[in-house]
Design a protein around this ligand. Structure first.
Ligand SMILES: [Zn+2]
Length: 388
C-alpha cells in the first residue's frame, strides 16, 4: 500500500506540541503520529519520505470567509477566478475554504455558485470547496462597510434555496435585526447553513431572538457591528457575554488593534474563536493595485485595502498563517492553544470536527508545513497528496 511518511516534523495541533515527530499517511488519512525520529524509514516503491527539517506541521487551515486573491474575486463572471483563488489559498496553507460572495444581484450569486460547482466538477485541483459563504445580501444598509447598498435586500429563504439548488451554501452573513431575521436563522439551520450575524446594527434583544432560534456565529467580530455601550452592549458586548457565539476575527492587526486582539483571544473561550482572512482580490498582490468591488473603487496602499471614497476598510490581504502568527505575537499564547482557531473550531461548527482540523490518527491528512522563521508554507498536503 502507498504511504507517505513525514519525518522530523514539529507537530502543532490542538493541545499538542510535539517536536521531532513522525507522521504516517495512508489512503489520505493520518495513520499515526509518533514522537520519535524514524531513522529507519527508507523510501521505496510504496513509501514516500518527506523530511520537513523541524518545521511546524499543522492542520491545513480552513478559511470560512474569503472573497479573492491574485486579482480574482469569487463574484467575477470569469469561471477561472475561483481556480485562481483556490490556488492562492492553497499557497497560504488553506486546504478547505468557503468562497465568499459580496452583496450583489441574485443572478450574480447564482453565477458564482455555478462557478464553484464547475471547480468541484473539475476535481478541486487546489484547496477544497465544500460550499460557499454568502456575505449579504440580507444585511443592514447602514452597516454596509464595503458592500454595495444598492443590492441589499430582506432575508429570503426562497432566494437562499435557489442558490442551494446550484451548489451548497455553508454559511450566510446577514443582519438579525432585519424583518424576519430571527426566524431566518432557524430556516438556515434546517437547510444545513450556518447563520451568522454580520453587517448589523442589532441590539442585544435582536441577537437574543436569533440566538433562541439557533444562531451561534458572528461575522468579522467588531467590524461592521454595533459597538459596546454600557446601556446597550451591542454585538461587540454580546460577543463577550455569550460564550458559545463563534466569532470570526480578521487578525491582520489593521481591522482590530492589538489590544482588541488581546481582549478577544485572552478573554473569550478559544473554542469559539475563528481566524478568517476576509481577503480580497488584492491579496497576494503588490501595493498600488487598484480595483472595483461590487461597483465601488478600492485601492491597496501600505497593505491596507480601502474604499477610495470614504476610506472604509474593504477587506484584507491577510494570509491565514500570518493571522495565527499575529495573534501568537500579540497575546503570547502558545501555538498549540491558538491553532484550533485556524481550523478545528471551523470544522466542528460545520460538522467535520471528527475528521478535519487535527494532526491526529484517523484524521484526513490535510496538512500544512510552516517555516517557523518566515511563516511561509513550504509544503501543503490535501487528502494526503502533496500539492505544494
Ligand atoms: Zn467579507
Amino acid at each position: 500500500m502507498k504511504r507517505t511518511v513525514i519525518v522530523n516534523a514539529h507537530v502543532i495541533s490542538p493541545d499538542l506540541n510535539l517536536p521531532g515527530a513522525t507522521v504516517v499517511i495512508e489512503r489520505g488519512r493520518i495513520k499515526s503520529v509518533e514522537a520519535r525520529r524514524a531513522k529507519a524509514v527508507k523510501p521505496d516503491r510504496d513509501t514516500t519520505v518527506v523530511d520537513v527539517k523541524g518545521q511546524y506541521l499543522m492542520p491545513g487551515f480552513i478559511d470560512v470567509h474569503t472573497h479573492g486573491a491574485l486579482t480574482c474575486d469569487f463574484c467575477d463572471a470569469d469561471p477561472k477566478a475561483v481556480f485562481e483563488v483556490a490556488k492562492a489559498k492553497l499557497q497560504e496553507g488553506v486546504t478547505t475554504f468557503l468562497p465568499t460572495t459580496l452583496t450583489v444581484s441574485h443572478a450574480d450569486l447564482v453565477r458564482a455558485a455555478k462557478n464553484a460547482k464547475a471547480y468541484v466538477e473539475a476535481g478541486s485541483p487546489y484547496a477544497k470547496i465544500p460550499g460557499i459563504h454568502l456575505e449579504g445580501p440580507f444585511i443592514n444598509v447602514k452597516c454596509c462597510g464595503a458592500q454595495n447598498p444598492k443590492f441589499v435586500r430582506k432575508p429570503s429563504v426562497k432566494e437562499l434555496k435557489e442558490i442551494m439548488k446550484v451548489f451548497p451554501v455553508k454559511q450566510i452573513s446577514y443582519a438579525v435585526e432585519t424583518e424576519g431575521g430571527a426566524a431566518f436563522a432557524k430556516a438556515c439551520l434546517k437547510l444545513g447553513v450556518v447563520p451568522s450575524c454580520g453587517h448589523t446594527g442589532a441590539k442585544m434583544k435582536d441577537l437574543k431572538a436569533a440566538y433562541r432560534n439557533g444562531l451561534r456565529h458572528m461575522t468579522h467580530f467588531c467590524n461592521q457591528m454595533t459597538p459596546l455601550h454600557h446601556r446597550e452592549i451591542g454585538m461587540v458586548g454580546a460577543g463577550f457575554l455569550v460564550d458559545d457565539l463563534n466569532t470570526e476575527v480578521i487578525c491582520d492587526r489593521i481591522h482590530l488593534c492589538d489590544d482588541m486582539l488581546r481582549l478577544v483571544f485572552l478573554k473569550r473561550d478559544l473554542a469559539h474563536v475563528q481566524i478568517i482572512t476576509d481577503s480580497l482580490r488584492c491579496s497576494h498582490c503588490k501595493d498600488g493595485y487598484a480595483f472595483e468591488m461590487g461597483g465601488l473603487k478600492v485601492l491597496l496602499k501600505n497593505g491596507e485595502a480601502r474604499l477610495v471614497e470614504g476610506g472604509n476598510l474593504a477587506g484584507s490581504t491577510l494570509w491565514m498563517g500570518n493571522g495565527l502568527k499575529n495573534v501568537h505575537d500579540v497575546t503570547g499564547l502558545p501555538l498549540e492553544k491558538l491553532v484550533r482557531t485556524t481550523s478545528w473550531n471551523q470544522a466542528i461548527e460545520q460538522g467535520w470536527g471528527k475528521k478535519l482540523g487535527k494532526v491526529e490518527k484517523g484524521y484526513i491528512a490535510d496538512l500544512v508545513v510552516i517555516n517557523p522563521r518566515s511563516w511561509k508554507p513550504s509544503a501543503v498536503f490535501v487528502d494526503g497528496e502533496q500539492r505544494i
